[in-house]
Design a protein around this ligand. Structure first.
Ligand code: GDD
Length: 409
């Protein structure tokens, strides 16, 4: 049997998607028409003998209650949300719920970060892991040398694929091969995490004798039950024949900014062509809008037949799109109204917002720039004939004049 764990973190990290994360936990933000964590969850379903999927985080339970019950029913696999009383770090959180995760006595544990966009080649990875016969296998990918320092950089043996060296976000370049945040472990991982806390406890006791100050600063930075998977487990265990790598040649992105949300939404929509074409709008028939490229439209949305939509557009529940509207590369969230002849390009439009007639909401589409995509927070009103370019608008604002390169507070 296999148990899957998805690390979802908590609200302290929820500031990255500002102003989109005020009311919705990041893991539930819609990506290609599905909550972000739906993508790793449905990837876990490819594994036969899946005992259950556990989401571990420190968001309030009620924020996930509805989602976990509906996805459990849909996939016919138990999906549970487990709430930590405080953050324990990416490995400490797994250890904290070890009894629950081990309930069905799984032989393997999948561990996934929630904030990556990936094809999740889990069955192939599991096969490789069994071949290596060690404690853990991590998914890795080659990225550009300039961007590698945003991730864990590593060196692997070219023939055995053993992890030889690992450094988390190093200041000087180590390697363009990086950690994708997707792992398979045997239950021995729990002993490895336990060892880190035990050693830390010992060291804290030693320094408490030698210097009260040192022990205080140590316990402030590292409580003994706070264990990070990367720095505390992967780094020290590299080169000890316990960890191996599996390189993906498929797509992989980290989703830490609204720009990357929009980019990842497009990647998953393109993936639907292969995995679930029924989710894509076709634009067939004379009563439908013109669709170009990959577009998702929620069944409850109302789109005027003269609108032109795509590529990379995702339209959520109860959205109304008026006559002559043009939408390109954007995410439109629930209950938005877009009136006649408005244009939205390279933007994310927040829940319940409204865009007036002949208005334009757009950006240059540079996913890495701070104002490269325009974001309207929840319940923003853009009045008729107003142009909003490369801007971020906080919730509940009304724009009656045009703006460019601005953050509207
Ligand atoms: N439940 C819980 N509790 N989850 C946590 C905690 C915690 O205390 N701390 C972090 N996480 C979750 C995050 O939500 C995320 O899914 C994952 O653990 C890793 O988060 P971080 O530890 O903040 O690392 P990162 O995202 O900056 O980088 C990690 O992932 C990259 C790939 O996306 C590292 O492992 C990098 O090496 C890697 O390249």
């Amino acid at each position: 049997k296999v148990a899957a764990v998805i690390m979802v973190g908590g609200p302290t990290k929820g500031t990255r998607f500002r102003p989109l994360s005020f009311n919705t936990p990041e893991p539930l933000f819609p990506l290609a028409g599905q909550p972000m964590i739906h993508h790793p969850i449905s990837a876990c379903k490819q594994i036969p003998n899946l005992a259950g999927i556990y989401l571990i985080g420190f968001y309030e339970e009620r924020e996930f209650a509805l989602y976990v019950s509906s996805i459990s029913n849909e996939l016919k696999v138990p999906v549970r949300y487990l709430k930590e009383d405080k953050p324990h770090g990416s490995a400490g959180a797994l250890y904290y719920f070890r009894n629950t995760v081990m309930e069905d006595n799984p032989s393997h544990i999948l561990l996934l970060n929630f904030d990556v966009c990936c094809s999740f080649p889990l069955p192939d990875m599991l096969e490789a892991h069994k071949r290596y016969g060690a404690m853990g296998t991590m998914l890795v990918i080659k990225v550009s040398a300039e961007s590698a320092n945003l991730f864990g950089e590593l060196v692997a043996d070219p023939s055995t694929k053993e992890l030889l060296h690992y450094t988390e976000k190093p200041e000087t370049f180590v390697s363009d091969l990086i950690n994708c945040g997707v792992y398979i472990f045997t239950p021995a991982i729990f002993t490895a995490i336990q060892d880190v806390s035990t050693h830390r406890d010992d060291r804290a006791n030693v320094s408490r004798v030698s210097s009260i100050e040192a022990s205080q600063s140590m316990s402030r930075t590292f409580p003994i039950d706070f264990v990070r998977l990367d720095q505390d487990i992967l780094s020290p265990l590299a080169g000890k024949r316990q960890l191996y790598t599996y390189e993906t040649l498929d797509f992989w992105e980290q989703i830490k900014t609204p720009g990357m949300l929009l980019k990842s939404s497009g990647i998953y929509l393109a993936q639907y062509r292969i995995t679930s074409p029924n989710l894509l709008a076709s634009g067939d028939g004379t009563r439908n809008a013109t669709i170009t490229g990959d577009v998702y439209v929620h069944p409850s949305a109302r789109v005027h037949p003269t609108a032109k939509i795509g590529p990379n557009v995702s339209i959520s529940a109860n959205v109304r799109v008026g006559a002559g509207v043009r939408l390109i590369n954007c995410i439109i969230l629930d209950d938005v109204e877009i009136m006649e002849n408005a244009v939205v390009i390279n933007s994310i439009v927040g829940w319940k917002s409204s865009i007036g007639k002949w208005s334009r909401v757009q950006a240059n589409g540079d996913y890495n720039a701070k104002l490269g995509i325009t974001i309207l927070g929840e319940a923003v009103t853009v009045e008729d004939e107003v142009v909003v370019i490369n801007s971020i608008v906080l919730p509940n604002k009304t724009l009656n004049v045009s703006v460019q390169d601005e953050i509207i507070l």
